[in-house]
Write a protein that binds this ligand. Structure first.
Ligand SMILES: [Zn+2]
Length: 323
């Protein structure tokens, strides 16, 4: 995948604190949410997972046939490619004083790739053991056509998600925080979640598929048992976690499940991802959209949309952890 390391057109100064969502946005989101649940239940109940479609979580983009999009696209054009949504003063996501529903829970957030991976090609191309196979340590990730890197997207959403989960009382650990030259490798990313005895892990990504291929999908671990990989105990809870995140992500962002993998369910099971194969705790990946589609890119480059994305993912995790 190509990689661009700078994006002067983006008003998204890396490392700034995530802006709070403005309360002004809430009525729109609520209105959209009211429209969604019926269809959402439909596609969740639709049930069957979309096989092992080739999403771009750790490698090349997929190219499976188009599937019907169950939900509409009420998020189209929302905010446009206007960069960060600004530091609104809303506090709607903060937990009530004293309320800590996730106290004692540990969540590991894995921002996919690394902003400076491209400067360390030898290191990230090193093969690591993923149990079922050997695979590159890490990849550079994709970018939008205008050069907004997936690694910047994932780290930004990770920061927003961390803030939301901490407000619920969770202990949150990031696998990387822009604080290392490359990686971690996919096997280490998995081990970080395992060592933390995480109650849930989410790996954040955005895809690099073809133009016109749109929407999000959540990647679930397949049942694998080979070498150091044994996902048999986490397949069930990870599926539950993934379904909850997919539902809340659709509602919070107003975007539809992928029209190119998952048969409209927004759920895909894969057995080729080291980050899932080596996990011993419930874990999913989410591909939040397709960076190579201009309409999806307009959402992914919007700070306000990324806040919605983080809120959707957070709500799914909270639902999962509260049982
Ligand atoms: Zn990725």
């Amino acid at each position: 995948m190509s990689y661009a390391d700078s994006n002067p057109g983006s008003a998204d100064p890396f490392g700034t604190p995530p802006p709070r969502r403005s309360r002004l946005r809430r009525p729109l989101t609520v209105a959209l949410a009211a429209l969604v649940p019926g269809a959402l239940l439909g596609w969740l109940a639709y049930g069957t997972l979309g096989g092992s479609g080739g999403g771009g979580a750790e490698g090349a983009g997929p190219a499976t046939g188009a599937a019907p999009s169950i939900l509409g696209s009420p998020g189209d054009g929302k905010d446009g490619a206007s960069g960060d949504g600004g530091a609104g003063a809303g506090t709607s996501t903060a937990a009530a004083p004293g309320a800590a529903p996730l106290a004692g829970k540990v969540v590991v957030v894995d921002p996919g790739h690394n902003i400076t991976n491209f400067e360390h090609t030898a290191e990230i191309n090193r093969q690591v053991d993923i149990g079922t196979n050997r695979k590159e340590c890490d990849t550079t990730g994709t970018s939008t056509n205008s050069g907004y890197a997936e690694a910047r997207f994932t780290l930004d959403v990770a920061h927003r998600l961390r803030t939301l989960l901490q407000a619920q009382g969770a202990t949150v650990k990031l696998t990387q925080d822009g604080d290392r030259p490359f990686g971690p490798c996919v096997d280490e990313r998995a081990r970080i979640g395992n060592a933390a005895h995480a109650d849930a892990v989410v790996s954040l990504h955005a895809d690099g598929a073809g133009a016109g291929q749109r929407g999000f999908h959540v990647i679930l671990p397949a049942s694998v048992h080979a070498g150091a990989a044994d996902t048999r105990a986490i397949v069930g809870p990870s599926k539950e976690l993934g379904k909850l995140i997919a539902g809340d992500f659709a509602r919070a962002t107003g975007t539809s499940p992928s029209n190119y993998v998952g048969d409209g369910t927004g759920l895909v099971t894969r057995e080729d991802l080291g980050g899932l194969n080596l996990s011993t705790v419930p874990k999913v990946f989410i591909e939040c959209g397709n960076m190579r589609d201009t309409k999806d890119a307009a959402l992914l480059t919007s700070g306000a949309w990324r806040q919605d994305a983080a809120e959707g993912i957070s709500e799914g995790i909270v639902s999962f952890l509260r049982g």
